[in-house]
Design a protein around this ligand. Structure first.
Ligand code: 5GP
Length: 344
């Protein structure tokens, strides 16, 4: 019989973080760097914010900007071995600050291996839209045998049992969480499937930390406050697509319409992405992504600084000295009005 879970499941907009007495006097006291122990034995250090492996955000240009801030870029899976060789002929990639992304087909595997032969990278991101299929776990296990010391990320899922399965049997270090929250995603509309992202993070972080794993909260961030809520809910890393798109550093031209400057941003399962990369859209699958014209935002440095400033400020409101302390310092309040919309 179909079941109904009656416990409320929450999105970022359903909560606020309650302020607490704090001993901090200035935002400059806050340290946004984290050192994270991974299951594979590696220690990762940096600012735990990641640009999504979408072809509009997971690019070398975005990497160059984010790496200056200590953040990570998950490079998209359409870069070839030759692209990496060419890039490295004049520039250096920091092995901790970018990920090589892959799907789970045999061709994906061969491409990944050939790239890892020419690139010094500590991260592998195994990314499929529906992480609930057994082949993902098998693929990760094979990768773990081949690369015992690499940090392996796998996703996407949004429930605790699959987090545990990927960490324990797939032997991954980090699980990527998010089914349906993405700004260019239409999964919830097309399939009716999804989990509100704040609840998914709370549940999956608890499950992952129980088996020495980590999570990335992926998708649904609309403002720095959402990022702070994701860290407050226990996310070890936060991944963003839409918020890192629309800048000078992102691919595509600026489009002008009715005096407004825009740039194109599209989901990786959208018809646009399928046609671009595979020449067609298979008719047995529906498109679970959309194409958007989003406001042109100028320099990506301004956006990342806005996010880092916002999270620093959250820390001073709740008495957290660093991102690591945010979860234990966070109390969420349920709210039905996050913002004063009087002038909207
Ligand atoms: P955003 O930060 O834009 O809200 O979410 C970014 C995330 O949306 C990506 O990291 C990825 O997990 C997800 N995503 C990207 N493209 C698609 C798509 O076409 N369909 C779905 N369902 N999710 C997508």
């Amino acid at each position: 019989m179909p079941k109904i879970l009656t416990e409320p499941q929450l999105d970022f907009s359903n909560v606020l973080i309650r302020p607490k007495r704090s001993t901090m006097t200035s935002r400059s006291e806050i340290n946004l760097n984290r050192t994270i122990d991974m299951r594979c034995g590696r220690k990762w250090s940096g600012v735990p914010i990641i640009a999504a492996n979408m072809d509009t955000t997971g690019t070398f240009e975005v990497y160059e900007t984010l790496a200056n801030h200590g953040c990570v870029t998950a490079l998209h899976k359409f870069y070839t071995k030759e692209d990496f060789i060419e890039y490295q002929s004049s520039k250096v990639l920091d092995p901790n600050l970018f990920m090589v992304s892959t799907g789970i087909s045999n061709d994906d595997y061969d491409r990944l291996i050939s790239i890892m032969e020419v690139v010094d990278c500590n991260w592998i991101c195994v990314d499929i839209a529906n992480g609930y299929i057994p082949r993902l776990v098998e693929f990760c296990k094979i990768l773990r045998e081949k690369y015992p010391n690499k940090m392996i990320v796998a996703g996407n899922v949004a429930t605790r049992e699959m987090v545990e399965e990927l960490i324990i049997n797939g032997m991954v270090d980090v699980v990527k969480i998010g089914i349906g929250p993405g700004s260019a995603c239409t999964t919830r509309l097309k399939t009716g499937v999804g989990v509100p992202q704040l609840s998914a993070i709370l549940d999956c972080a608890d499950a992952a930390h129980g088996c020495r794993g980590r999570i990335i909260a992926d998708g649904g961030i609309t403002c720095p406050g959402d990022m702070a809520k994701a860290f407050g809910a226990g996310a070890d890393f936060v991944m963003m697509g839409g918020q890192f798109a629309g800048h000078d550093q992102n691919p595509g031209d600026v489009i002008e319409e009715n005096g407004k400057k825009m740039k194109l941003f599209y989901g990786m399962s959208s018809k646009q992405a399928m046609v671009k990369h595979y020449g067609k859209m298979n008719n047995y699958r529906s498109s679970e992504g959309r194409e958007l014209k989003i406001p042109y935002k100028g320099d990506l440095n301004n956006t990342i600084e806005d996010y880092l400033g916002g999270v620093r400020s959250t820390c001073t409101y709740i008495g957290a000295r660093e991102i690591k302390d945010m979860a234990k310092c966070t109390t969420f309040l349920l709210t039905n009005q996050q913002l004063n919309k009087h002038f909207v």
